[in-house]
Ligand binder design. Structure first.
Ligand code: GDP
Ligand code: MN
Length: 421
């Protein structure tokens, strides 16, 4: 789960990392009031979206090409620039070409920067350790630095037995070329990052830049915090920070129902029981040249109603051009429950795209015969390879015949008739 910069900074501040004073606003007037309350003569106005690269980004349809991070020196300029950002679409390297609408801005007192450092913390899968990443090349060009001179990126895998030891943090600060007060403060930021990472079950903490001021203070000017979804149940305070407007609708529904669902970029929907089986299903679709529209694992103890909700989640995804249901009925999950769910779902909402079903294990024969007798038009496959091949062909057919378009036109016409009569 991602949160906004201003929320991340509140958490950093609570843990004792220095952050600029700031306030959030959702109208230009509010932004101006925040500027007056903060005082001073220079402010930084920052668009709040779940994506980085804001400073180098641009707003859709704004020829001035100014980005989502602006240093301003009057209250009027704060109002004017907030107006230009709020409810406009910000496009950055990380949002993709469609961009993200800005619904909130954050205003801070500007900081006089002498140096910009990069600090990050994540779980490195190769060493299986929480790893501190640091670089002297902080700021907006960190990706470039990582590509041009990988040696400028320092890594420190942390032993879970000892945590981040003071001497290692001090050593890292020295390697970043820091001395005295600045070195002490930066090392302290690293230690706090580690404690925060563990205490909050974080997946990523990124402070970029960590600014070193003329006075030698270390101040976090930008912060990204991502949390492990699987641990959110024990952090209700963090879960409450979720911004639903920034989260995929399907993923929200799935979280509500307790499915493991990840939206992907392709056009083939799939449903499986058990995470391993769902992964294998997605892999098989790719293997046969298809692009999965999602990963969906319905827990094996699900009742018919819940499986039906999962199926509807797929069937209502406009990107989906064919659907594969691949379930091995073993133990708790029985294939007839899957068949019943498909029957109920398609009776309520007729299927618009081809459906391929592969069921085996407990009650598979019963399930397949009831689907054949009273189910929607569907293709039955013998095994996963057969199923994947068929669902990939079916998606191509949907696209070739423009069947989805045809369906939409018919539905549109029907809707119109109903409205006319
Ligand atoms: P990003 O572009 O989304 O990563 O947004 P950041 O918050 O990291 O801001 C980008 C850049 O703006 C930073 O690397 C700084 O160079 C600059 N910046 C951010 N805050 C301040 C500030 O308070 N004072 C000054 N002078 N520059 C700032
Ligand atoms: Mn940044």
């Amino acid at each position: 789960m991602d949160i906004h910069e201003y929320q991340a900074k509140q958490i950093l501040g609570r843990h004792g990392i220095r952050v600029p004073q700031g306030g959030v606003a959702s109208t230009p007037g509010e932004a101006m009031r925040v500027a007056e309350r903060l005082g001073g003569r220079r402010w930084v106005l920052k668009a709040q979206i779940h994506a980085g690269g804001r400073k180098e980004g641009h707003f859709e349809g704004d020829p001035s090409a100014k980005g989502g991070v602006r240093v301003l020196d009057s209250v009027d300029a704060v109002g004017l620039n907030a107006e230009q950002m709020l409810y406009h679409v910000l496009v950055t390297k990380q949002t993709g070409p469609q961009g993200t609408e800005v619904k909130r801005v954050y205003l801070e007192q500007a900081v006089d920067i002498q140096r910009e450092l990069y600090l990050g913390m994540l779980v490195d899968r190769r060493s299986s350790r929480v790893t501190l990443i640091a670089s002297t090349e902080g700021g907006v060009n960190i990706e470039l630095a990582a590509r041009r001179s990988p040696s400028s990126i320092l890594r420190l895998p942390i032993d879970p037995e000892t945590g981040l030891r003071d001497q290692d943090a001090n050593n890292m600060a020295a390697q970043l070329g820091l001395e005295g007060n600045a070195a002490e403060q930066a090392a302290r930021v690293m230690s706090i990052m580690y404690d925060m990472f563990i205490a909050n079950d974080a997946a990523l903490i990124e402070i970029n830049p960590l600014a070193i001021t003329r006075e030698g203070d270390a101040v976090a000017l930008d912060a990204v915090l991502t949390f492990d979804n699987n641990a959110l149940f024990r952090h209700q305070d963090i879960r409450a920070l979720q911004d639903d407007t920034e989260t995929n609708l399907g993923e929200l529904q799935a979280a509500h129902h307790g499915f493991n669902y990840v939206k992907l970029d392709g056009n083939i929907g799939s449903l499986a029981c058990g995470a391993g089986s769902a992964l294998a299903t997605v892999d098989a679709i790719r293997h046969y040249g298809g692009e999965p529209a999602n990963f969906l694992d319905v827990p094996p103890d699900s009742k018919v109603g819940r499986v039906k909700d999962a199926f509807e989640l797929l069937a209502s995804d406009p990107a989906v051009e064919s659907i594969l249901v691949n379930v091995f009925g073993g133990g708790i999950m029985r294939c007839d429950a899957i068949a019943d769910a498909i029957l109920v779902a398609t009776r309520e909402m007729p299927l618009e795209v081809p459906l391929v079903v592969r069921l085996s294990g407990t009650n598979a024969r019963l399930a397949l015969s009831s689907l054949r007798d009273s189910g929607p038009p569907l293709t039955i496959a013998d095994n996963l390879a057969d199923a994947a091949e068929k669902v990939v062909l079916a998606a191509r057919e949907t696209r070739r015949t423009n069947r989805r378009g045809w369906w939409d036109r018919v539905q549109g016409a029907l809707g119109k008739q109903q409205n006319d009569s």
